[in-house]
Design a protein around this ligand. Structure first.
Ligand code: ATP
Length: 328
C-alpha cells in the first residue's frame, strides 16, 4: 500500500546540510499498522511528509495506493493526496467549528455536496464514538475526544491510508490506550492501512503489526513485530523487553530467551535445572502484550557450567521452540 524505494532528502540550512532521509526503503502492506519509532531528529516527520507529498524527496520514489506520488504534480497530486488522511499531536481542529463542522469542512474541501457531507459526517462521528458530542466545539472537548474528531476528519473522505504524527503524545496514558484501540479497531473494520510515527515504544507494542527503528535519517531495522523480537541483536526488541544491566563477568554464560504465544519459559527453565543439573539463575524477565493480544516475553538467564554443559542447555532450550540469544 505504501512503498518507499531508496528515498533521500537533504535540507540545506544556515548551519550546513542535514540529511533527514538517507536511502530509506520501506514497504507497508495493505491493512497493516506500521510504526516508526526514533529519537527527535531521526527523520520520522520528514518520512511521513513524503508519503502525503508535503515533502518532495531529492531522490527515490514514494508509491501510495498504486500511485507514484513523488512524481505527480498539480491536479493529479491533489487527487492522489486524498488517498491519505492525517492526524496530528495537537489535533489541528478549527476552534470555530463543532466536531461535526470540522469533519464537514474536510468533505467541503474535497468537493462533496452539502447533503452527502452531512450524512457522511454523522456516520463517521458515530464510528469514532462521538455521536453525543457532535455539536460540541473543540474547547468543550477533552484531549481524547478532540483526537477522535481528528480521526473522523482524517477518515471522512474514505482514504486508503491513515498517517499519524505523534497522535497520542499529548494525551495521558489511559486516553492514549483508548485512542490507539480505536485506531486499531478502525484499521480492522475499514481495512485501513496505518503508518504512524512516535517516540513511544508503548505505542508500537500496543497496536503495531510491524515497526521500524530510525536514526540519523536511516532505517536501522524493520519487520513484523514477532520477527523483530526474534532477530538477534534487535534494538527494538531490547527496548521492548527492558532486562536491565548485565552483571559483572564471572565465568558464566548469559542468554536471553524469548517466548511467544504457546511457548512459556517457566516449565522449560525448571526442567533445564532439574534434568541438566544446572544451577540456572533468572536475572530478569519481562512480559508484554503486543499488537492487541499476543503475549510475548523475554527472560534473561545466567547459566554456569562447562562449555559442553552450556551448549547442551542451549540446544535443549531451542528444541523447546524458544528463541535463544547468547548475550555474553
Ligand atoms: N524544513 C526543514 N528545514 C531544515 N531542516 C529540517 C527541516 N525539516 C526537518 N529538518 C531537519 O531534518 C532532521 C529530521 O527532522 P524530522 O523532523 O524529520 O525528525 P523527527 O524524527 O520527526 O523528529 P521530531 O520527533 O523532533 O519531529 C532534523 O535534523 C531536522 O532539524
Amino acid at each position: 500500500m505504501i512503498d518507499l524505494v531508496d528515498v533521500s532528502k537533504t535540507f540545506h540550512t544556515a548551519k550546513g546540510e542535514v540529511r533527514a532521509l538517507d536511502h530509506v526503503s520501506l514497504r507497508v502492506e495493505p491493512g497493516e499498522i506500521f510504526g516508526i519509532v526514533g529519537q527527535s531528529g531521526a527523520g520520522k516527520s520528514t518520512l511521513i511528509r513524503t508519503v502525503n507529498a508535503l515533502e518532495k524527496p531529492d531522490s527515490g520514489t514514494v508509491v501510495v495506493a498504486g500511485r507514484t506520488i513523488s512524481e505527480l504534480r498539480g491536479r493529479e497530486l491533489r487527487e492522489a493526496r486524498r488517498s491519505a488522511g492525517m492526524i496530528f499531536q495537537h489535533f489541528n481542529l478549527l476552534s470555530s467549528r463543532t466536531a461535526t463542522g470540522n469533519v464537514e469542512l474536510a468533505l467541503e474541501i474535497a468537493g462533496v455536496g452539502r447533503g452527502a457531507r452531512r450524512a457522511r459526517a454523522a456516520e463517521i462521528i458515530d464510528l469514532v464514538g462521538l455521536s453525543d458530542r457532535a455539536g460540541a466545539y473543540p474547547a468543550q472537548l477533552s484531549g481524547g475526544q478532540k483526537q477522535r474528531v481528528g480521526i473522523a476528519r482524517a477518515l471522512a473522505d474514505s482514504p486508503d491510508v491513515l498517517l499519524s504524527d505523534e497522535a497520542t503524545s499529548a494525551l495521558d496514558p489511559e486516553t492514549t490506550r483508548s485512542v490507539l484501540d480505536l485506531i486499531r479497531r478502525l484499521s480492522r473494520e475499514l481495512g485501513l492501512t496505518v503508518l504512524l510515527i512516535t517516540h513511544e515504544m508503548d505505542v508500537i507494542k500496543r497496536i503495531c503489526d510491524s515497526a521500524a527503528l530510525m536514526e540519523n535519517g536511516r532505517i536501522l531495522e524493520h519487520g513484523p513485530m514477532e520477527q523483530l523480537l526474534t532477530t538477534p541483536g534487535s534494538r527494538l526488541a531490547a527496548e521492548l523487553f527492558q532486562l536491565g544491566e548485565l552483571p559483572p563477568a564471572r565465568g558464566t554464560r548469559i542468554v536471553d530467551v524469548t517466548f511467544t504465544r504457546q511457548t512459556s519459559s517457566e516449565p522449560v527453565i525448571a526442567r533445564l535445572a532439574r534434568e541438566h543439573g544446572l544451577d540456572v539463575a533468572i536475572l530478569g524477565a519481562a512480559i508484554e502484550t503486543i499488537h492487541g493480544g499476543t503475549q510475548t516475553g523475554r527472560t534473561r538467564l545466567e547459566i554456569p557450567g562447562t562449555g559442553t554443559q552450556v551448549d547442551t542447555a542451549l540446544t535443549y532450550l531451542r528444541s523447546q521452540g524458544l528463541f535463544v540469544e547468547v548475550v555474553r
